[in-house]
Design a protein around this ligand. Structure first.
Ligand code: ACO
Length: 283
């Protein structure tokens, strides 16, 4: 298979819309009439879209967001929960597998950087893709909630595990047990998002962050993201061995030879200071 699929049309167009803008792929959940609740059909479409974008040269960074007033109102109570009750065990397994694939397996280990842009309602299952994106920016008035307790279920899927990676136990259990809502500013305090900004600045600020990532060495950026995510699950001993090997592997696979360039520019040419900016990337 070719490394680049830039000329291929991107799948989706129904429940998932994609818009390209100078290296940024804006991936939008497009079920505004259902507040972007996540159905089985959406999962199937999103899997195809994310798969295609990983090989598409027009995409250097993904921004995941929602059309309309919601980021996502969580799992679709009708077209996910009710739809998977009473079907065969095999059909249910496939529906869950599709959902797990995009919401965490793919996003967590995606080859390109990912930013969640929380533009409105964010409930229940929506915490999983939110947390599995590398970074997140929210509308300061966005409304978040682990609402599961309010209608008789637990934060399932993998929500309980996902929130435990970013939130402290006291805070996580408070919201799990009360189902209380909180806003974008509180989401920053809880470590769920990096920043909260006024709605009219949300897209511009997200694009600015995406452009900052696009200016980095993409190979080293990918290796750094992966190294962090795997190392946090390891013991110190394992992490030290893994990270040492990962540094060597990064040198080996980096076509820009960033480390050598950086050393040369700092030590020999004295043209840059690593603490103050980027080395000049080779053209
Ligand atoms: N699943 C299925 N349909 C949904 C969902 C959902 N999670 N959220 C909203 N919808 C549908 C509504 O049923 C309604 O459909 P209809 O027009 O066919 O009746 C439509 O979206 C609009 O919803 P409203 O409630 O009318 O919109 P409003 O703007 O007043 O409220 C809000 C938005 C607060 C998000 C509300 O819809 C809501 O509480 N949704 C459920 C949120 C939730 O608890 N999600 C967690 C689910 S559990 C989980 O994810 C594991």
């Amino acid at each position: 298979m070719s490394e680049s699929a830039a000329s291929k049309p991107i799948p989706g167009g129904k429940d998932v819309l994609v818009e390209f803008e100078d290296g940024i792929a804006w991936v939008q959940i497009n079920r505004p009439e259902k507040r972007n609740a996540m159905s089985v059909g959406l999962a199937e479409e999103m899997n195809e879209v994310l798969d295609a974008l990983e090989l598409d040269d027009r995409c250097g960074v993904i921004v995941l967001t929602g059309v309309g007033e919601a980021f996502s109102a969580g799992m679709d109570l009708k077209d996910f929960f009710r739809a998977t009750d009473g079907i065969s065990d095999v059909a249910r397994h496939r529906a869950y597998r599709s959902t797990r694939a995009w919401q965490w397996r793919t996003l967590m280990h995606y080859a390109k950087p990912t930013i969640a842009m929380v533009n409105g309602w964010c409930f229940g299952g929506a915490f999983t893709p939110l947390i599995c994106c590398d970074l997140a920016i929210a509308d300061e008035k966005a409304v978040f909630g682990l609402s599961e307790i309010n209608w008789g279920i637990i934060p399932g899927g993998v929500v309980s595990k996902a929130i435990a990676t970013l939130m402290g136990d006291r805070q996580a259990l408070y919201y799990v047990m009360t189902g209380k809502q909180f806003d974008g500013a509180k989401a920053v305090e809880l470590g769920l998002v990096n920043e909260a900004v006024p709605k009219d600045q949300l897209r511009a600020r997200t694009a600015e962050l995406a452009r900052e990532l696009l200016a980095k060495n993409p190979t080293v950026l990918r290796q750094a993201r992966m190294a962090y995510k795997f190392a946090r699950e390891m013991s110190w001993e394992h992490a030290a061995e893994y990270l040492t090997a990962k540094v060597d592997q990064t040198n080996f696979v980096d076509p820009e030879q960033g480390k050598q360039q950086g050393l040369k520019q700092f030590l020999d040419e004295k043209t840059f200071r690593p603490g103050m900016g980027n080395y000049v990337r080779p053209k």
